[in-house]
Design a protein. Structure first.
Length: 135
């Protein structure tokens, strides 16, 4: 199950990363990059990543218990982890297209971590509701 899970999300990440190829020209021209923060990503790139990611995740049977807003949070988590480690210029130049090797492992690791966190949050919410109802 975990390998299938990782493969599904790796495919989702890879396809979502293609969205950013459209922003490569803007990044190279420097129109949207504050020079003081290389880890800043353009808002439209963040929005495009999260939107593309959650729309693809909606079709994953293993995630059918999540609402769209929860899937968006998972996708945001994935990108937040990428943004902490990868500058925008690196992301655009080195992370576009099919990820291989270490990059694929990093993306799969972030995906797995964020999905597991979402499952944990969902479980805690269920337990809290159960405790509140006195069952």
């Amino acid at each position: 199950f975990e390998n299938i899970f990782k493969k599904i999300f790796l495919v989702l990440i890879l396809s979502s990363l293609l969205i950013f190829s459209a922003f490569k020209v803007q990044a190279q021209e420097g129109k949207h990059l504050p020079q003081f923060n290389p880890y800043w990503y353009p808002s439209d790139a963040i929005y495009g990543f999260v939107k593309g990611c959650w729309e693809k995740m909606e079709n994953a049977q293993s995630l059918n218990e999540f609402w769209p807003a929860e899937l968006q949070s998972i996708c945001g988590c994935i990108l937040d982890n990428i943004r902490i480690m990868i500058t925008w210029n690196q992301f655009v130049s080195e992370w576009a297209g099919t990820l291989k090797g270490e990059k694929a492992q990093i993306a799969a690791s972030y995906t797995n971590m964020c999905v597991q966190r979402a499952f944990q949050i969902k479980q805690l919410q269920k337990e809290m509701k159960k405790n509140e109802s006195g069952d």
